[in-house]
Unconditional design. Sequence first.
Length: 365
Amino acid sequence: MQAFLLIQKSKLSNAFSNYSISQIFKSSNHPIKCLFLQKGIIFMIMLAPLHGFTDFIFRNVYSRHYEGIDYAISPFISLTACDKINPRKVKDVLPENNAKMPVIPQILGKEIDSFIQMADFLNAWGYDKLNWNLGCPVKSIAHKKRGSGMLPYPELLRSILDAIIPAIGQQLSVKIRLGYYNTDEIYQLIAVFNDYPLDNICIHPRIGIQMYEGNIHHDVLQSVIHEFKHEIVYNGDITGLDSYKMIQPKYPGISQWMIGRGIFSNPLLPMQIKLDRVEENANDTERFRLFLNDLIQELRFYKTESQTVNKMKDLWRLFSYGFIAQARVLDSIIHVQTLDEMKTLSNHIVETEIRCIGNDALPIV
Ligand SMILES: Cc1cc2nc3c(=O)[nH]c(=O)nc-3n(C[C@H](O)[C@H](O)[C@H](O)COP(=O)(O)O)c2cc1C
């Protein structure tokens, strides 16, 4: 049985002052899901899909050490025309790999038959929701009218939605940007999306050609947000409690927040947002060290030694933004050769380098 515990930020300190959040989670034999209220409305935090970073290994290890993520969108599963789905393609959303953190599979591509084939396959695995990637800015993908490359073509988008929505057994959500070439594209996109029963629309308020850099167009999103018929999920540049507090008041109606890179620079961030406070805790460093060691061990279970070292080097590209001396941290990691060196250096960095937790991490580019 799933039990729900409602927690209102303002009441939290009085109600649970003698408990840590992990004690609250573990205080019943029933699985308790903590729902947090913000001004009386339930609000949720979801883990953004980061291809190559937030796979099931990361999601499972993260869930063993930290709390606060309500669910994740998987990194994209790319469509290819084939008679049978290749199991390797969908390994990341294999139900037995995802017992810890609820996940919604994400699809990238515009081929209608392949989309429906993949949806049917995932339906048989019990997935009742799907997310469609209309935000990926990578040129080689966008130039094929995939990801954010679809955004300048609202009529093509309409024809695909016409075909897939009645044919799939899942509720569909989309992850978009404000456009590919410019933010004016959003007006026609709203007209299209409003005609379909979508679960929600997650918006990263940049345009495709910006990739992940440059200003977020808050002014544009604020001016159009009321025109959407669907629930909007906000995503972009939440790297600390400070940036959340700057962004949240711009969108008072939003109750779902998606965080990507900020989870790596500060894994405590979802809970800091939910509790509305940053606490310097004596065991934070040890917790992060244990998390990294567990991550290395789990990666090694699925990969060779050199693959594990390379994956950790990739992951450190994002972890490094949580340290004041970001460049030095990254520079030392790049030279690691063996798994033992990776373990030793990871521990050394965590124990000796100063972290940015408490305020926003460095801007992540
Ligand atoms: C390395 C990397 C991989 C990404 N992979 C995906 C992906 O598979 N699907 C997707 O919709 N977005 C992907 N994104 C975009 C993120 O989900 C998110 O929209 C973006 O990082 C902005 O959010 P953030 O500022 O909280 O990180 C990726 C971003 C990065 C940096």
